[in-house]
Design a protein around this ligand. Sequence first.
Ligand SMILES: [Zn+2]
Length: 46
Amino acid sequence: MGEHVHVRIWDGLSVSDGGDLIELSHCRCGATWSKTYRVDEGAPED
Ligand SMILES: [Zn+2]
């Protein structure tokens, strides 16, 4: 079999209990990915 090229299908964004942003995606073959973005920059200062 040739190499399978994953096609990442966007599942959307979620927010963890810790307030991090989680990007979810999957491939039709069943593979899944989750990428976490830390959003802990704090409140912007004036
Ligand atoms: Zn795949």
